[in-house]
Design a protein around this ligand. Structure first.
Ligand code: PMP
Length: 423
């Protein structure tokens, strides 16, 4: 049998450097929130493959659905020959995305692809080209999605300027002194300085910024954004790739924002570890692209569709939305206790079970502490991830299906790691 070190060496020879790897660990198998590496070591997973495993690794319902599908067929390309599960996923998501209007959906494979297609639909519907995205936004690594992503290093380092017609507004973030009104003013400034509103097709926003640091947009801000979009005939795109599929305590985070998006994206946890993404929006908007203008060979692959149906079914069977809120409370309570001993823990925040801890030293972001805690926790058996414009935010994305005892065990490791790293 092999070792982590041996695989790291092979990787260095065979895999392009641009593909990073945060933890030097190679997985042998996984179940729910537990991972075993190739050396037989057991680890607790608080990352869920970056928010993909709200239902845990290999949930029995999802595994069963995939196995049954594999006994029937694995691929036709929906653009060639249809199958019921694709339609059923669209029907289900149409009813889950907030909005009291007719909706239609289209399915793809990755979150980036969903974002790209949301922009295509917005351009076709509005006959405009410009898009406004926010500071520290993350919308993906494909070229147009990357242009919307609000962090140069490492995502577009060395690749030159991204394509134009993307304008950057400020994401409201009280911790860094940006109020809701400041953020709205930054959009008005774009209209004054850079582009007429009549040239803007859409404003795209994550209701809770994911990679950007788990900052939650307020319902008041979303209302202002919605009003501004309505005033100017601009579409509002909610990128729910990370917030969607139940992480925030509602199936989509926009449900808690009091207004509806015109187009929503989803991916990640929607299919519990099988690649599936999609966009859902107002039927008239979604239909503004002619047949053949949306799609892709693998988009809405049958294995992914049955997995998504199993995820949605598991959410209602196991009451996982309630569970997301309970898990979120459990995490926040425990973190609040840890905060008492460590002044570097400057903020604990999140929506539902999308919870993060921000670390600062002397009023400045501290990515160093964050990086050290990632290593310390790993050595103690807990896998964590960081995020944030400065890399100083720890984010907890434990499967909602993880038992309380295991979540507590993970939190105890986090506490021990804080105690050992933070002065
Ligand atoms: N949008 C958001 C909000 C995301 O968090 C991500 C992935 N982290 C993406 C888009 C891109 O998704 P993918 O990596 O599947 O292309």
């Amino acid at each position: 049998s092999t070792t982590n070190d041996a695989l790291i060496q092979r990787r260095q020879k065979a895999v392009a450097n641009g593909v990073s790897q945060i933890h030097p660990i190679y997985v042998d198998k996984a179940e729910n929130a537990t991972i075993w590496d190739v050396e037989g070591r057991e680890l607790i997973d608080f990352t869920g493959g970056i928010a993909v495993l709200n239902t845990g690794h290999l949930h029995p319902n999802i595994k069963q659905a995939v196995i049954e599908q594999l006994d029937r067929f694995s691929h036709t390309c929906f653009m060639v020959l249809g199958y019921e599960s694709y339609i059923e996923v669209c029907e289900k998501v149409n009813s889950l995305v907030p909005g009291d209007f007719d909706k239609k959906s289209a399915l793809f494979t990755s979150g980036s692809e969903a974002v790209e297609n949301a922009v295509k639909v917005a351009r076709a519907y509005t006959q405009r080209v410009g898009v406004i995205a926010f500071t520290s936004a993350y919308h993906g690594r494909t070229l147009a999605a990357l242009a919307l992503t609000g962090k140069v290093n490492p995502y577009s380092t060395g690749m030159g300027l991204m394509s134009g017609a993307v304008f950057r507004a400020e994401f409201p973030c009280s911790l860094y002194g940006i109020s809701d009104d400041d953020a709205i003013a930054s959009i008005e400034r774009i209209f004054k300085n850079d582009a007429a509103p009549s040239d803007i097709a859409a404003i795209i926003i994550e209701p809770v910024q994911g990679e950007g640091g788990f900052y939650v947009a307020s319902p008041a801000f979303m209302r202002k954004l919605r009003a501004l979009c309505d005033r100017e005939g601009i579409l509002l795109i909610a990128d729910e790739v990370q917030t969607g599929a139940g992480r925030t305590g509602t199936f989509f985070a926009m449900e808690q924002m009091g207004v509806c998006a015109d187009i929503s994206t989803f991916a990640k946890s929607i299919a519990g570890g099988v690649p599936l993404s999609g966009i859902t929006g107002r039927a008239d908007i979604m239909d503004s692209i002619e047949a053949g203008g949306l799609g892709g060979t693998y988009g809405g692959n049958p294995i992914a569709c049955v997995a998504a149906l199993a995820v949605i079914d598991t959410f209602s069977r196991e009451k996982l939305l309630q569970r997301a809120n309970d898990v979120g409370k459990r995490l926040k309570q425990s973190l609040t206790k840890m905060q008492k001993n460590h002044q570097q823990i400057i903020d604990i925040r999140g929506l539902g079970a999308m919870v993060a801890v921000e670390l600062m030293e002397n009023g400045k972001p501290s990515p160093e502490y964050c990086a050290q805690i990632l290593i310390e926790a790993r050595e103690r058996g807990l896998i964590l991830l960081s995020c944030g414009a400065y890399g100083n935010v720890l984010r907890l994305m434990v499967p909602l299906t993880a038992p309380d005892e295991q979540i507590d065990k993970g939190l105890a490791i986090l506490k021990a790691s804080f105690d050992s790293i933070l002065p």
